[in-house]
Design a protein around this ligand. Sequence first.
Ligand SMILES: Cc1cc2nc3c(=O)[nH]c(=O)nc-3n(C[C@H](O)[C@H](O)[C@H](O)COP(=O)(O)O)c2cc1C
Length: 199
Amino acid sequence: MSEWHMANGMPISRRLYISHKPSANKGSEIMDFGELIAKRYSVRAYRSDPVPEGLLEKVLEAARLAPTAANRQPFQVFVVSTAGREEELRRVYHRHWFTQAPLVLCVCTVAAQAWVRIKFDGKCYADVDAAIAMDHMILAAAEAGLGTCWIADFDPAAAREVLQLAEGVEPVLFTPLGFPADQPKPKERKPLAALVRRM
Ligand SMILES: Cc1cc2nc3c(=O)[nH]c(=O)nc-3n(C[C@H](O)[C@H](O)[C@H](O)COP(=O)(O)O)c2cc1C
């Protein structure tokens, strides 16, 4: 069996089967994927209203179901309540809206658990896995009416301190999580012709 069909050394078939039924979504309408990706935007103003536990679970479950190279799942998601921690969190990322939201999420990699392209060039895919997990959470949040903003421009040393990260656990991406208090702007994107090469 190839490493792509294993998880932590165990064949996938022997691991808990994950149902694709959106249990946390019971009763709510499933948004069309095109609508969802158009709806998501970088929210840079938040209401202080708490994030209902059910919606947080839905967001975190989206990270758990994210694909990772060789199914290694080499990431950890930190959920931080901002109340009372504004000052230390602002050392991590200085924008005032970062701590307006009731929660901040951080995706960290555990590179030692990640798949590495050993046969060819030794490239470690931990950051790619982390980005996919974050994207899943961000889209799940948008679907639930919650706002997020990808944040890479944070101080990694401050993040290590505030999250009390163990050695080998690296902070890769942050996002606030809360209800938006701003409005989306029109999306500015390059035309497809500038991004796609058909061969
Ligand atoms: C990997 C990544 C890192 C980002 N880092 C930051 C950041 O540090 N601060 C910030 O305000 N926005 C950050 N953004 C948000 C981008 O600026 C934003 O996604 C882009 O301008 C497109 O706008 P939209 O998200 O509203 O569609 C980041 C986005 C990505 C994907």
